[in-house]
Design a protein around this ligand. Structure first.
Ligand code: HEM
Length: 228
């Protein structure tokens, strides 16, 4: 009986995007939406650049104070979910397997292909070099935006952290440019997801089942192929 359960468990196909990853990805998308919309409201209250104000129709929060409350609400979701996602990626070996190695040559070739609209999307199980750079980049920016946010929120309690950035105004600038980088990432990321709808479907359904050649230690398989 126990054997039967074990073997039936083993025969369950593993998906390209496991359920926990999908849940965390979509929670992150909602949290980022809240953080950016409310961040724009807070920004409008004391702008960094006189030429830039965000229209009321695209900000979250009627008053700056409500914007702040939304920002903290989104922050807890973003941070807790982000910690869970990073831990999951490291512990399961997913990051290592999906995002490395990256070679400069591969990045240049992929950028060249993208510029000539010749990027191939036939293998969803393999991230191209540009995707790898973008995903790793957005994770690093995500960490920096949280650190700079902490320094803005509690400049006295985190005074040593705050002093790493120089002045309070430079923390604001770092925080702002991290937001701009994330917005840039989202524009490219969502456009690609729409252009390759099967990747979007896979992020909802889990995508193709993977051939599991890994030993029973639960690590990610070294080579994955889309079933024919
Ligand atoms: C509505 C917004 C979003 C959509 C439609 C979307 C869609 C997708 C899709 C389709 C994939 C799979 C890519 C592939 O298989 O080639 C993916 C992966 C990913 N997305 Fe998004 N995404 C959104 C928002 C975000 C945001 C806001 C972030 C972070 C700031 C993000 C970060 C990532 C990362 C890091 C991965 C790789 C996950 C992994 O394999 O570990 N996404 N997304």
């Amino acid at each position: 009986m126990a054997q039967a359960t074990a073997s039936s468990k083993r025969s369950l196909p593993r998906r390209l995007h496991p359920l926990p990853l999908r849940i965390m990805h979509w929670i992150n998308a909602v949290a980022i939406f809240i953080m950016i919309g409310s961040g724009w409201k807070i920004y409008n209250d004391d702008v960094l650049f006189s030429f830039l104000r965000f229209p009321d129709s695209i900000v979250i929060g009627k008053w700056a104070q409500y914007g702040l409350q939304w920002h903290f609400f989104g922050m807890w979701i973003f941070v807790l979910n982000g910690i869970a996602y990073l831990t999951y990626g490291i512990v399961t070996g997913r990051f290592w397997q999906k995002l490395f190695p990256i070679s400069v040559r591969e990045v240049l070739v992929t950028v060249g292909e993208a510029l000539r609209f010749r990027l191939r999307h036939d293998d969803l199980t393999h991230y191209n070099a540009v995707q790898k750079v973008l995903y790793l980049g957005v994770m690093l920016v995500g960490i920096l935006i949280v650190i700079s946010g902490l320094a803005l929120w509690k400049p006295v309690q985190f005074s040593e952290l705050a002093s790493l950035f120089g002045s309070f105004q430079s923390i604001r600038l770092v925080h702002f440019f991290c937001m701009a980088a994330i917005v840039g990432f989202i524009v490219v990321h969502v456009s690609l997801a729409v252009l390759v709808p099967q990747s979007l479907v896979a992020m909802v359904t889990g995508g193709p089942a993977l051939k599991d050649e890994a030993a029973s230690n639960g690590s990610i398989v070294p080579e994955m192929k889309t079933p024919r």
